[in-house]
Design a protein around this ligand. Sequence first.
Ligand SMILES: [Zn+2]
Length: 89
Amino acid sequence: MTTKKNMSKCPHCGIEMKKWMPPEDSSWDRLYHFVCFNDDCPYYVNGWQHMEQNYSQKASYRHRYDPHLDESGPLPVWSSNAHRGRIID
Ligand SMILES: [Zn+2]
């Protein structure tokens, strides 16, 4: 069986993403998302600079993909360790 595109890989760095459970109080559903937890990912690295320059915030975001809705978007983070406790795979 072949898939058209491997959506479990980050489009920014090409590294396999982790399965991640959203917090209970988030607006997302209870199913896992894929999140790129690579600290060298250009999306994440550039995010720090972008947030600092545009919003004067010490924050960034990681690439997130929801395989159930087929939607991707940013997952805001405040440190390298943020959200790592919710990785399930
Ligand atoms: Zn990445």
